[in-house]
Design a protein around this ligand. Structure first.
Ligand code: IMP
Ligand code: MG
Length: 188
């Protein structure tokens, strides 16, 4: 039987092997950079960053802790960031004087990360960096400094490996480009 995502997949952009190889490199780099620096906290931005963080942390050889934060997204059916971001779930721990690395799935306009960065900076961590799997530089509206980047991608709506198509298909092991026409055609 054809998998449920198949009709909406225009093409695979980043296959599983490509993703995993790059994530291993990022984990190694992070392990080197934070060596001897003091406590490291990975802050996963829910929900999109979940698969990325789980795989990334397996390649980080330093002791570290993980935290989760959820912010409002576009809402089902919307493909644009509103610029109005809200915290839905905050960190459980104080990050003051800790090294914080934000783990995110994708930076598009930059509004989400600009907001999160402002919120977390105010809590005085020793350092605050961003690790994002994907970035769409052509869509940027706010400048964001990325410390670790998996892949730059073109201006296409993508899904899989944490990224959703109206909350579904986050579980796919690859990142695919959505066939938006086919997807719209199946909805009422
Ligand atoms: P920004 O605030 O415009 O940078 O949007 C960031 C958020 O939008 C990401 O964390 C994703 O949740 C979502 N997003 C942006 N582009 C895509 C995409 O191509 N597929 C799925 N989600 C996306
Ligand atoms: Mg996200």
């Amino acid at each position: 039987m054809e998998p449920a995502y198949q009709p909406y997949l225009a093409r695979v952009l980043l296959d599983e092997a490509t993703l995993q190889a790059r994530i291993a490199e990022l984990g190694t780099q992070i392990s080197t950079d934070y060596q001897g620096q003091g406590e490291l906290i990975l802050v996963c931005i829910l929900k999109g960053g979940v698969l990325f963080m789980c795989d990334l942390m397996r390649h980080i050889t330093l002791p570290h802790t993980i935290e989760f934060m959820a912010v409002s997204s576009y809402g089902v059916g919307k493909r644009e960031s509103s610029g109005h971001v809200r915290i839905l779930m905050d960190l459980a721990l104080d990050i003051r004087d800790k090294h914080v690395l934000i783990v995110e799935d994708i930076i598009d306009s930059g509004h989400t990360l600009a907001y999160i960065t402002r919120q977390l900076e105010a809590r005085r961590p020793s350092s605050l960096g961003i690790c994002t799997l994907l970035s769409k530089p052509s869509r940027r509206e706010i400048d964001i400094t990325i410390k670790y980047l998996g892949f730059e991608i073109p201006n296409e709506f993508v899904f899989g490996y944490g990224l959703d198509l109206d909350e579904k298909f986050r579980n796919l092991p690859f990142v695919g480009i959505v066939n938006l026409e086919a997807y719209r055609g199946t909805k009422g």
